[in-house]
Each structure stands twice: as C-alpha cells, then as structure tokens.
Write a protein of this length. Structure first.
Length: 380
C-alpha cells in the first residue's frame, strides 16, 4: 500500500464530496433492497443483482466506483452469514445503514498519472499529488480518502512478485510489551514508552473546551472542531512514526522474534489502564512486526501469554499471584529475582523456541540470565 497526499481544488473537493454522498445513497439503497428481497422471497441478493439495479443510474459517479459499493454490500452480508455460522462470534454484526462515507475506491481503472505532479481521476479531474516515491508493482486499486482534519490522500494497492529474503542475523529474542516500558527484550534492553496522548493531553483538553463553548452549527465551532481534529491527527502521526521506526529496528537486528498473542479488547475493559493501552497500540505494533518480518527475512512467532509473568525463567516454578503493581519477580523456590517484564520476555523466548517456526539456525541467543539485580522496581 502506498499513500500520497492530494491537494484538490475547491471544485474538485465539491465533486469528491458529491461522489461520497452518492456512494452513501447507493449503499443504503442496495442494503434496503436486499433486506426487502429477503423478507418477501426468502432469498439473498448477490453482487450481480446489485450491479443490475445500478445500470443506467447515478451517471456522475464512475461505473467501477458504483460496482465497488455493490461489492462492499455483498461482502458485508457474506461476513454476516459467516459469523452467524461461527459460534465463537458473540455479536453477529448485521450490516448497518451508513450515515456518511469518507472514501471511494477505483478497483481497476478510471485513474492514471497525468504527470509526476498530477493524478487524473475520472469524473473528478487532474488533482495535484505529492509523489514522494514511485509505487512498485502492478497498481490494482486506488482509494481516495479524507481524514477528520480535512487532509486528502490517494492510497494505491499494488501487487508485487513474491521474493525470499535471508536475514543476516541469527539472533533470537523474546519481546514483552508493557506500559512502564513500551517493550522489554529478552537481552535486557528496554524501549521507553513515549506516552504520546499524555504529553498532548493538556493541549487536547484546551481545544476541547473551546469546542464546547462554541455555538452549535456556527462557523466558529467548525473552526474549533477542525483545530481539535488537526491536533488528534498530529498525535496519531507521532504514534505511527514511533511504531514504524521501532518495528523496523527490531526486525533488522533480530532474525527471530517471539511475542505474546494478546487479547487487547479484553484488556481494554480495565478502565484504569484503557487510555494508556490504547495509546501504546500494541495490536498495530505487532501487525507492523508481522509484515516487516516477511520483507526483511525475519521470523515472528506469537505465543500463548498464559503464565509468562508468573513463571520463573530460571527454574520454571509458577508463583501463586503476580499483581500488576508488583514490578519485581521473586521466585519462592530458587530465590531468582528479576524485573517482571524481563522475566516474562525470557519466558516468551523459551516458548517461542519450542514452536515449529524456530529452527536451529536461529539459535544464536545469549544464555538466560542466572542472576540479576534491579535497583528500582519502577511503576506502571
């Protein structure tokens, strides 16, 4: 995926917004038609039926954009029926009517590069684009998107030829993510938690108070909301920049990385830590590690997190309880003392090395620490 900034003119923005509104209308109409057909006939409509309903309608929208909307409706019902058959899903998620649309997709055609500085889009025109790098591979789809700060983007999905990369390093490590430190590596290194939302909280609260004081529907309220959205986008960009750089550094140094398979949605139920868990974005970080490990030749393994914090990495004994405020792990059997996150990372590495993905070529890791002294346990 390649993402580039777009700078449409006022007229082009109006055309794009009209396309968004029309696509929303198409989606809702197709959804309503599908529900009505099922109630009367007991049969579900397919993508071919949706496209047939769109024939000759909505001439201001490119034909394949309309077909992409019908494809989304068809897939939403397919996913719904799949979840109905799977008992592991508690919420089946019936397709909903849309109140707004923030993107449109050109699946195959309707776009081309007019020059290095302009992108031609059917029904819209030649939009200035910042092409800071050349997309590699065959361009499959183009998505035009706007974020809450009013910034426009062109997102290209490209198909590239598969390739095999041999990682230069044979070092294997375990990685334990946390809040006191963003991550603790089994080698003893730690990655500090940048706490982006905490640092920006004062500014965000100030802007939010300004929004709440403005009259609803007024121009000044719209300006205040826009300034607040820009600040939120800035925090999100800072977070993504940190995650990209950290994940790239880890996969470049290590040939084998073991991480925990976390249930982040359940962890968010802890209202005392939910804000900080959301801020560190563990799920996004692990997804970045996954795809960057493939392109760098590294191996990433997700292990079961059960008892990784309670197990002694020296003798394997399991303690009865290990509350979050207890930052030091102390084994009651062998007397081993270590920071809880470092101890957990060693256990994660041990479980990861037992997985089928681990090969002897990766076994070039430092020996487990027999004794260690940590001066201060720290806090979350």
């Amino acid at each position: 995926m390649y993402r580039f900034r777009l700078y449409p003119s006022h007229t082009q923005r109006e055309r794009l917004f009209d396309n968004f509104k029309t696509c929303k209308e198409i989606y809702n109409n197709l959804l309503e038609a599908s529900i009505g057909t099922y109630k009367t006939t007991g049969k579900t409509m397919r993508k071919f039926d949706y496209n047939k309903l769109l024939t000759g309608k909505y001439p201001d929208v490119f034909s394949q954009v309309k077909q992409n909307v019908s494809d989304r409706v068809a897939k939403s019902f397919q996913n719904f029926f799949r979840r109905v058959k799977d008992p592991s899903y508690r919420e089946k998620g019936f397709p909903r009517f849309k109140s707004r649309v923030h993107s449109i997709t050109y699946p195959q055609s309707g776009f081309r590069f007019k020059s290095q500085r302009h992108l031609h889009i059917s029904k819209i025109g030649n939009i200035p684009i910042i092409l800071h790098r050349t997309p590699k591979g065959k361009v499959k789809t183009l998505t035009i998107k706007i974020n809450k700060a009013g910034q426009w983007f062109a997102i290209f999905s490209c198909e590239v030829e598969p390739f095999v990369v041999q990682h230069q390093s044979a070092i294997a490590v375990g990685l334990d993510v946390g809040l006191e430190h963003f991550a603790t590596i089994s080698t003893g290194e730690t990655i500090s938690n940048p706490r982006h939302i905490v640092k920006a909280e004062k500014r965000l609260k100030h802007l939010q108070r300004i929004v709440s004081r403005r009259k609803r529907g007024s121009r000044n309220r719209w300006k205040a909301v826009h300034r607040l959205a820009i600040q939120h986008v800035k925090v999100a960009n800072q977070r993504l920049d940190f995650l990209h750089k950290t994940s790239r550094e880890l996969v470049s140094k290590h040939g084998f990385i073991a991480v925990e398979k976390l249930s982040i949605n359940e962890m968010m139920h802890n209202h005392h830590l939910a804000k900080h868990i959301s801020d560190v974005s563990w799920g996004c970080f692990i997804r970045m590690l996954e795809y960057k490990a493939v392109t760098s030749g590294s191996t990433l393994v997700k292990v079961n997190p059960r008892n990784t914090s309670k197990t002694c990495s020296r003798c394997g004994a399991i303690t009865d309880s290990m509350p979050l405020n207890q930052r030091m792990f102390s084994c009651g059997v062998c007397g081993f003392v270590l920071h809880r996150d470092h101890n957990a990372s060693l256990n994660i590495l041990r479980v990861g090395r037992d997985s089928p993905e681990f090969t002897p070529a990766d076994d070039h890791v430092r020996p487990l620490i027999v004794g260690a002294v940590v001066n201060e346990p720290g806090t979350i």
